[in-house]
Each structure stands twice: as C-alpha cells, then as structure tokens.
Design a protein around this ligand. Sequence first.
Ligand code: SER
Length: 607
Amino acid sequence: MKKITANELRRLYIDFFVGKHDHAEIPSSSLIPENDPTVLFTTAGMHPLVPFLLGEAHPSGRRLVNVQKCIRTGDVDEVGDDTHLTFFEMLGNWSLGDYFKKDAIKMSFEFLTSSREASGLGLELERLAFTCFEGDKNAPRDEEAFNAWCELGVSEDRIAYLPKSENWWGPAGQTGPCGPDTEMFYWNSDKPVPTKFDPEDDTWVEIWNNVFMEYNKNEDGSYSELEQKNIDTGLGFERVFALMNGVRTAYETELFEEAVEAVRSLGGYDIGDAEPSDELVVSERVVCDHLRAATFILGDPMGVTPSNTDQGYVLRMLIRRAIRHGRKLGIEGEFVRKIAGIYVRYYGDAYPELIDNQEKIFEELVREEEQFGKTLEKGLREVEKCCSDDLLGGGFAFYMYETYGFPPEMTLEEIRKDSGLAGKLDEKKFWKEFEEALEAHKAKSRTGAEQKFSGGLADDSESVTRLHTATHLLHKALKQVLGDHVAQKGSNITSERLRFDFTHDEKMTPEQKEEVEKIVNEQIEADLPITCEEMTVEDAKKAGAIGLFESKYGDKVKVYTVGSKDAFSKEICGGPHVSGTGELGKFKIKKEESSSRGVRRIKAVLS
Ligand code: SER
C-alpha cells in the first residue's frame, strides 16, 4: 500500500466528502465543551453539533464534514495497548436531516474501498468486516443496515449483529440524540484473513462508526423519536493512519515517532524486541499519549490549567501519570516540556493554536512538574518514615493522597519494594480500604467537582440549611423564567448568603429577576414539604430529577423533592434541607453578574 502522511489523510477524507458528496467543511471545535456540564471534554465529533442534530439550522448547511479533536479518559487504563488513546482526532461526516442510512453506508463503503486515485483509502474488501444492531425493546434489529452492506457486495459471513452495548451510540452526555450504529473493522495483520468475522478477535480493529441518529434520550430515561433523522459518523484518524502505513499502532507512525525517540533517549533504555505488553512499552506509550493530550488541552483556545477540579483535575492526572511512567523508564529530571515541544512543532501546522499558546503550554507543564516533584519527595519521605504494617492499609494510602497528592499506586509500589511488607500485601483489601476512605472523605467535603452533589454540607447550621433549600427553589425558578438550558455550574453557601452559578448567555433583566424572586417566594408562602428518597441514578432520571447524574461509585443517590403531588422541584443532592419551605423567610436576589463566558452568578439572601 502506498504510504500516506497525516496531512494527506486528513485532506483525503475532507476532499472526498466535499468534492464527491457535497459536504461543507467545518472547523474542529474546542476540546472543552461550552456551557455543557454533562461531559468534561469533547468526546466525539458529534458533541459540538448537538443543537444542530436536535434541529437547529447549521449555517454551513445539512451536509458537514470535519476533523475534530477529542479527549476520552474513560479507558485511561487501557492506554499502552495498540489502539487506545486519550487524545485522538476523529474524522466525521454528518447529515442533518438530509441523507440517511443507505446513503451513509454507501459513502463509507466508497471511501474505504475506492482507490487512492479515486479519492478513497483503497482498502481491500477482503479485509473488512461490519457489525449491526441486533435490536431490543427500544429499537428493532437493523436489517436495513445489514442489507445495505450485502447489496454493496459484502459477504454475510463478514457481518455480525451485536447488542446495544456494542452497536448503539450516544447520547454523549446523560441526555440527547442517539441511535443504533453500524461499525466497520479492518483485519490489520499479516495472518490470513478468516472467512467468518469474529468480533471478539481483536486483530479486527474497529475503524469507523456510522450512527443512525433517530432518537433522543430524555431526562427521565425514555427515548423519543427525533423529528429530524441524522447521520453521525466517526472514523478514528490514528487507527486508520496506522493501517494505511502498514503498522499496528499509531505509536509507530510519524504522529509519535519523534516523541517516542526522545523518551527512549532520555530514559536510556533499550527496547530490544519487547512485546507490546512489556512494561517498558506500556510506560513509553503512556508518557507519549498523556503528554500529547496534555499539550492539546493546554493549547486549546478555551484552555484549562492543572487544578483539583473538573478538566483541570484530569489534566493534572494526565501530566502526573506521564511523569510517573517516565520515572519508571529511568528518566531523571524535568522532561515534559521537551516532549510537549515536539508535539507543538509537529502538530502546529494542522493546529495553529498550539503555536499560539506554546508559552502557556510550557509554563504550565513546567510548574506542574515542579509541584509534583515536591509532592513526591515529601510523600516518599513520609512513606519511608512509616515502614510498618500501617502502610499495608489503604487508609494510609488515602492519607498520603489527600495530604500530598501522592498517588495510591505509588504507595503500592513502595510496599512492593519492601520485601518484609510485600509478602503481607493484600491488594484487594488495600484498594477497598482506599476507596472507603475516599468515600468517607467525599461525604464530608464540599470541594471538588464530584462532591458538589454527593456530599453533605460542611456547615449545616440552620441558616446554611435554609439557604441550601432556597438554592433548589432558585434553580427551578430560573429554569421556569429563563428556559431549560439553565443548568447549575456551581454553588457556594455561607451562613449569610447563597451563591449560584448557572448557564445563561445574557444579563438578566430586572423583570426576570423579579419574576424569579416572586416564584421562589410563592413556594415559600405555600409551605411545601421537602422529602428525601434514596434511589439509583436510573430511577432518579426516570423521576425527572435535575442535577448532575455523575455518580462515580455507581450506586444510590439522594433525591430531594419540594412539594408533594405536583412537585415543584426534584433534585439530586446530598442535603441537608429544611422540612418545609415555610421555614425560609423572604428570598431576595442581591446581585446578578457574569461569572465566566456563558455563565451567570446570582447572590441571594433570606431575611
Ligand atoms: N459519535 C460516534 C462515535 O463517536 C460516531 O461519530 O463513535
């Protein structure tokens, strides 16, 4: 196969859809979703397009194509294998109520199999396989997709029906557009291609996904049919780039070439003929992957910086994991800036924002590396001092994590190094105790993103409790007055006032503020009862509760209801609350101002 460069591959895809199928090219959106608390990062090309998938007119038309920067951290533990990456580029073509299933499949087939001269990838049909949705109670078996592939000449042996867990996509957050999909696989190996497709055999690499976006998942967990049926496709750029260059993994392509070389020379180790599962290979890939992601996050126009909450926390963990794996490879001293510099140079052409923001990228990386260095030093000293059985308990690891930001994996490593302790280590127990300590802490603390809705309030004095209940009333009243787009972005309560941040683009008018005050005060005058129930996240959604549905440890959440029969508000929350709204007094908005782009802040009191 004729080799291809990264820039050529991006162009080939765009030109095929623009030139042959009348699509308009649109730019990649930011990695940080705007005004959307349901996800931390843009995880797919469709994500920034959600309003248009739901029916809003897109200024560039109904057929769109682009290359989108994405971050996915859900599989961060898989990074190191041949295919999982935290940052990746997604090639996508969209139909917003224009062409649908059969045409989308035809276009994909044409791009995959036509020759390079005819603007395609020129892949052999013999090496391709496909999956379709097998059907369930919400949507039927996708025979239309199956038949469409067959009509194009695909053998039935190469098509498998799979369940929702595999062949259904979306929504990107908790609610939104979604539907069945068909996925395309490539046999990326010198081994003979089996006649029958076995989706369990991971020599078949998934490269492309066509989603037939026909449904909207609602807040109560139900599905309704979308009026406008859309196509959303995502072709994994790095995966296709690898196979087009005859290698198994993107780490062996120009995308990573220089970074991998630099890591090897800094570490001074010999990779020899190490297998992909070898720890050296895994660590070197983690360093290269995580620092590439960190460079793109820091270089994003909506860039964030390392912190202990939200995107900043993910960024911090990516950088710190990269440093830890760097140490394992024998890299001493500061090195992250150097690797980031390679990415800025290499990707600067395709993503000029990296060049524009390079000073910030380097500064933040160096600062985080220094800070982590200090953390590790302190942490290691402490661990050494405490060479006793205490170390074996996850509780100590939690203390180290909480006090020094010392990763629990490193406490484990220290234990393993000590021959006296290593024999006594029960890893399961260690992690269980660590997580228990973390949970207990979460219930007490108010800081940090995931604690916002899961923990109790630190100060449960009477006035804080009253203000907390008032916050629920305010949240609901804002939705009623300004619209359903209002979503909580932050909440902070002292014994004097509440502060509430929420998504909304404009300054509120005096009339709107008055209306919100009026609604809240009416609920107070009605002296509505407040009740609390524990339920699963699924049931909370079904009950129509608002609030963040991110429950890290799965199980149950508390839902507070204001009012009885036709409840005024239902919200996921850790409490506590008063038992009747009559206890609140009079509600008054003191200030309404901008908090950040697209986010407003209200300060209010009860008197
Ligand atoms: N949204 C689908 C995916 O991410 C197709 O773009 O796989």
